[in-house]
Design a protein around this ligand. Structure first.
Ligand code: SAH
Length: 478
């Protein structure tokens, strides 16, 4: 982030605009709107500025700019068409540690002015950090049409009710829940319809009926690329009080969790210590019972080799309000990004997902069926048992030349695809790291031809991780 977005309170503070033309007047009007005590420095000014000075809206200093004009000043905008004067203003401001903006000259600015959507007191500010002002403007125009006019009024009425609510609902999370309910419910509808008194009554009755009850959402975080999250997942992550996540959930996805939510890591990576499952179940119940909105964020899909079933069972037995939000499971995500269609008219009429995390002595898998040709076998957690898997498939008649692929860190920037044949599987697995997905079947050979992800990465069509913007938060405007 190159700039810190902030909203400055100008009310009654001395601000200076240098310049007397059209641009200067536009900037002056903006500062006046925000309540600044405005001084405008220019030997000559246009008619509008002269009139505003006559009406006492601003003070016109009809002199060439001198650094002393910035004494006791909060901020200054240089809007002349003379680069030398603009530079002088920027330097003088810098010496005095005053915020300065030079119109159309970002390098000289210590602050920049965003494009805004004004629904006062609600204000949305958009900036491209000076890189692409037209893009910022286009986004502003989009938001203008998206954000209903009544939002301002809604924020105003809400503001008037804050103190009452504070006295009535003590907990911060209780108040947050209240507002979410209000802004997404009848209150919003009433304000939109212009029934402001009824809207105030609605806040009254809603605040008296607040119940403290937590909830848990088992949310699929997908295989890594944050763009693969569902809208529901992002909304819940933005509303959560607590998020319990495991090691499979990518950094990029965690970035989208509400900033002040409590983040709890609960493991688990094969061979490493993690919180035991029954403790995780209990943690979820305890958090919910203390009134928190809990998101249990699980890699891929919660119900595919994710023990989501057990968590849900405990929650339901304990009477906790819960919901399940499916995610893109590794078998769907990693294969798609590796160019491996799970089924294909010519090569595979079925696909089976199995776990390689099996104990030999309790292996109940039907290897005879799994070893048949023209089907796709997707193996989760298979690296460590790849030798055993290879041996079972070959022993039950699968062709040793059957194509295999191992997709490491599927859908992520560092995705790697290792290709070979079934007879080489355990060798290949030695050079792969967790998390990896093994794909056995004729379709695996297509990965060489259909590797759209790595070729677009090589052509630079995909952004580097560091340049990637997290997906925007989802706002419910109903
Ligand atoms: N619930 C998850 C699976 C959890 S089991 C899901 O639906 O995807 C953990 C295994 O999933 C890992 O050992 C690996 O085999 C697979 N896996 C998860 N994310 C992956 C990724 N990004 N790339 C490759 N394999 C992945």
């Amino acid at each position: 982030m190159d700039y810190l977005p902030l909203f400055a309170k100008l009310d009654g503070r001395r601000c200076v605009v240098v310049g007397g033309g059209e641009v200067a007047w536009r900037k002056a009007r903006m500062l006046l709107k925000a309540g600044a005590r405005l001084f405008l420095v220019a030997p000559e000014v246009n008619r509008e500025i002269a009139e505003a000075a006559e009406n006492g809206e601003l003070v016109w200093i009809d002199q060439p700019f001198r650094p002393e004009h910035l004494d006791a000043t909060f901020l200054v905008i240089a809007a002349t068409d003379n680069p030398l004067v603009n530079e002088l203003v920027a330097k003088a401001a810098d010496n005095r540690h005053i915020l300065a903006n030079v119109v159309d000259d970002t390098p000289k600015c210590s602050f920049i002015v965003p494009s805004i959507v004004d629904r006062s007191p609600l204000i949305v500010a958009i900036s491209s950090s000076g890189q692409a002002p037209v893009l910022a403007r286009l986004i502003r125009e989009k938001l203008e049409t998206l954000l209903p006019q009544h939002l301002g009024q809604m924020a105003k009425i809400a503001g008037q009710f804050r103190d009452t609510l504070k006295a009535r609902v003590q907990s911060l999370s209780g108040r947050r829940k209240f507002w979410e309910q209000a802004f997404e419910g009848r209150f919003s509808t009433l304000v939109a319809a212009g029934q402001h008194d009824e809207a105030r009554d609605e806040l009254e009755s809603l605040s008296r009926s607040q119940k403290a009850g937590g909830s848990v959402a088992l949310v699929g975080a997908g295989p890594g690329d944050a763009g693969l999250l569902t809208l529901k997942a992002v909304q819940l992550m933005q509303q959560a009080d607590v998020v319990l996540y495991d090691y499979l959930v990518s950094e990029e996805v965690l970035e989208l969790v509400r900033r002040d939510a409590e983040l709890v890591s609960v493991g688990k990576k094969a061979g490493f210590h993690s919180v035991p499952q029954d403790q995780i179940n209990q943690l979820l119940v305890n958090y919910a019972k203390s009134g928190k909105r809990v998101v249990r964020l699980k890699g891929g899909d919660p119900f595919v080799f994710g023990r989501g079933g057990e968590e849900l069972e405990t929650l339901m037995e304990s009477g906790v309000t819960c919901q399940v939000v499916p995610g893109i499971t590794a078998a769907a995500g990693a294969t798609a990004y590796a160019g491996i269609p799970l089924t294909h008219r010519d090569y595979a009429q079925s696909a089976t997902f199995i776990t390689g995390h099996l104990k030999q002595e309790v292996d109940t898998l039907d290897w005879v069926t799994l070893a048949r040709p023209n089907q796709t076998l997707v193996i989760y957690m298979g690296l460590m048992k790849s030798g055993y898997i290879q041996q079972q498939l070959l022993g039950n008649g699968r062709d040793p030349l059957t194509p295999v692929a191992i997709v490491e860190r599927g859908t992520q920037e560092k995705q790697k695809v290792l290709r070979g044949t079934l007879s080489e599987l355990s060798e290949l697995a030695k050079s792969a790291e967790s998390p990896s997905l093994i794909v056995v079947g004729e379709v695996a050979q297509l990965s060489e031809k259909l590797n759209w992800f790595s070729s677009s990465r090589e052509k630079g069509l995909l952004l580097d991780e560091k340049d990637r913007q997290p997906a925007p938060a989802v706002v419910n405007l109903a």
